[in-house]
Write a protein that binds this ligand. Structure first.
Ligand SMILES: [Zn+2]
Length: 178
């Protein structure tokens, strides 16, 4: 199995810093591993583009986050304080992923939802990654959220104060107010 290119993942902060700084806890790693396996085994997304095509339509930061699994700095997306009702679609393919009514007001700097639109988000297992100093025996794996249609990285599914929430990069979303 080909290992994914992680050279651009988690440049700063690292995942360890990310969790420590936010007080967030990685959700129990009981998520279906077959989702990640399906992607690496050639799962066919409805929308596929070459890296050059993605780079042509995304900013450098969007490419790093959507296509390389990066994370935006907390508070860097204007969407984290968005409170209007509306639709949140994938920046990579416009698939409707989340609705404003499902947002959870968590003061951590990212966009939190209680759940996604049905059949819109795929999960996979992310880390721990040894090259970023994570210990495979003590650091929890994380559940990664991807767009079902184009595979773009959205964020993670985490336990926040005992509630399982989708912690999403605003950079990965296009918001349309109602
Ligand atoms: Zn998408």
């Amino acid at each position: 199995m080909t290992q994914p290119d992680r050279t651009l993942r988690w440049p700063a902060p690292t995942r360890r810093d990310f969790l420590a700084a936010t007080g967030l806890t990685a959700a129990a790693a009981a998520a279906p591993r077959h989702a990640a396996a399906a992607q690496s085994a050639g799962f066919a997304f409805e929308i596929t583009r070459t890296d050059d095509e993605w780079r042509a339509m995304l900013t450098q930061d969007e490419f790093r986050i959507l296509r390389r699994g990066g994370t935006e700095l907390p508070g860097s997306s204007e969407l984290w304080t968005e409170t209007r009702p509306g639709d949140y679609c994938c920046k990579g393919c416009d698939l409707l992923l989340y609705r404003g009514a499902w947002r959870e007001p968590v003061d951590k700097g990212w966009v939190f939802f209680r759940h996604s639109e049905e059949n819109a988000v795929l999960t996979g297992i992310d880390g721990p990654v040894a090259e970023y100093g994570m210990d495979p025996y003590t650091d929890l794996t994380m559940i990664e959220a991807h767009c079902r249609r184009c595979g773009s990285h959205l964020g993670h599914i985490l336990l926040v104060d005992g509630i399982v929430l989708h912690c999403i990069n605003g950079t990965s979303l296009a918001f349309t107010p109602l």
